[in-house]
Write a protein that binds this ligand. Structure first.
Ligand code: SF4
Length: 311
């Protein structure tokens, strides 16, 4: 991780760092390494986001808080409920009723990025650290190829995003080149307490699981596949000159969202648009349910526990 930080100049001397801490192995390992090797020359804080998933999130948050206390890291907890007036548990039935709105993970990711950026600015930090590892990055790359999503592909890398703007705090991924297996081994070797008993109950809805399985199979049969994909992506960006400077001009097209003040190209940012859609859909469901016969039940799908974390 230290090598990756140096190679991509992810953290500069004296910078204030905010770690997005979920309580899982990746963000716990990042926070542990940062507090161990960087806390003398950097201010390190943690941001814990409560997405509102009953029976799962509380345990991971408790683990995150314990580690912060143990390592004397100042932490802030922010919930979807307080920020947006909706939880993931409330989102799921609404999305099930209208599949066109997208999946829970897509919503959850957008809402989390909004909170991370907003709070990173409030806390006046220089960099926002996430626990994305090599496996996550490679899965995202292949997913973008399969989805023909070139715009998303452009935003990938050890530093997320391509637009440099005062309204965006740089999101960095120190575990960008570290395989998931090594992180698991590192946590075990250093006795790091993290939450890993079960996955978010909505992770089974994510398409990413299919890609994870496929890439894991390739990695087992052809070791080094994931590194090759990562390097291929980097080479592609270099060849196509998809560097950040080329996109600085975009900053002029950004302005504060009319509702939450986050930078956006439109009148309202993506988060506010999504929240608005969900609130409207909730109203529609209420209207529709009035017309459903009294004893006719709406069957929401049973929640299953997924195979692994997709955050
Ligand atoms: Fe959110 Fe992760 Fe759960 Fe998906 S799996 S809903 S991204 S917490």
């Amino acid at each position: 991780m230290k090598k990756t930080i140096r190679k991509y100049a992810l953290i500069l001397r004296g910078e204030k760092i905010l770690v997005a801490l979920s309580g899982g192995k990746d963000s716990t390992a990042v926070l542990y390494i940062l507090q161990k090797y960087y806390s003398k020359s950097h201010t390190i804080q943690a941001l814990i986001i409560d997405e509102g998933v009953k029976g799962y999130r509380e345990k991971a948050i408790a683990s995150a808080i314990n580690n912060c206390k143990k390592w004397k890291i100042k932490h802030t907890i922010v919930s979807f409920d307080k920020e947006f007036g909706i939880t993931n548990d409330e989102l799921m039935p609404v999305l099930e009723q209208n599949k066109k709105l997208g999946g829970t993970c897509a919503f959850c990711g957008t809402l989390r990025r909004n909170i991370m950026n907003k709070y990173a600015k409030k806390m006046n930090v220089d960099k926002l650290v996430t626990g994305h590892n090599l496996d996550d990055e490679v899965q995202s790359f292949v997913m973008n190829v399969f989805n023909n999503d070139f715009d998303r592909m452009k935003r990938m890398g050890a530093t997320a995003g391509i637009i440099e703007h005062i309204g965006f705090v740089k999101r960095i991924k120190p575990l960008y080149e570290t395989p998931e297996k090594e992180i698991i081994a590192y946590c075990a070797y250093n006795n790091l307490n993290h939450y890993g008993e079960e996955c978010c109950p909505y992770s089974w809805t994510a398409k990413r699981n299919e890609f994870r399985e496929m890439l894991n199979n390739f990695e087992v049969r052809f070791p080094g596949t994931e590194y090759s994909i990562l390097r291929f992506g980097e080479q592609l960006k270099k060849e196509l000159k998809l560097n950040k400077n080329k996109n600085i001009k975009n900053e002029n097209t950004l302005h504060p969202c009319k509702q939450c003040s986050e930078p956006t190209e439109k009148k309202y940012c993506k988060t506010c648009e999504l929240i608005d859609k969900i609130k409207n859909e909730k109203k529609n469901i209420k209207e529709r349910s009035k017309n459903i016969k009294k004893n006719e039940k709406v069957n929401y799908p049973a929640l299953k526990y997924g195979a692994s974390n997709v955050c």
